[in-house]
Design a protein around this ligand. Sequence first.
Ligand code: NAP
Length: 202
Amino acid sequence: MKKDLFKLGIMGGTFNPIHHGHLAAAEFVREEFKLDEILFVPSGEPPHKHKGEITSPEHRWTMSLLAIGSNECFSVSSVEIDRGGESYTRDTILELKKIYGARLDCYFITGADAIAEISTWHKSENLPELAKFIAVSRPGYKLGMSKIDPRFRRCTYLIEVPALAISSTEIRERIRKGKTIKYLVPEIVERYIHKNKLYQGV
Ligand code: NAP
């Protein structure tokens, strides 16, 4: 008998830090697209970003692991961190296809601003054969298909997620100013950030 495809959501991002918006977006997409699992993949070295601009991969990976808690459909992967060098999405999808086996149906989920640039990604011409791309946007962010390169429109879905009103940038700014981040991130992540004195510098 033919086995069904395993539907994997690959939640790609810097997660600097992970917050409730990311978790709510992942759960929303899992339900909408009937995905079997959501794998959070914190970037090792995100392309287009300068070294030193972001917290270490180890801290971002640990916070992601703490954040997913007991959701049995969520897990965290260190493939990009372990691979080292720049984190190209194409390489990540190919690596996960090897790990999970051939009958894998991949949905790469990330922020709409990032997906709007997909045509500039490494070996982007192969991406439509490898996965579907789900661009999640925060309320008020206007992303129409017209902003997506025509070559990627058939494999791209656009979804607005109200909880994404929270952003990592805002969380880092609040910490720098000594303001509360309670209820923006899971309590266990909040404790980890304070214990390790993350994001306090300029
Ligand atoms: P980013 O510039 O840090 O983020 C862009 C926007 O998307 C921000 O508003 C961010 O909000 C949001 N965002 C990022 N990840 C998200 C997620 N999983 N769910 C919801 N919102 C998200 O983007 P990035 O993290 O560097 O890149 C996003 C993903 O695209 C990563 O997996 C990266 O490796 C991949 N990418 C690949 C290439 C390539 O292959 N050459 C190039 C660029 C990006 P927050 O700050 O609140 O998260």
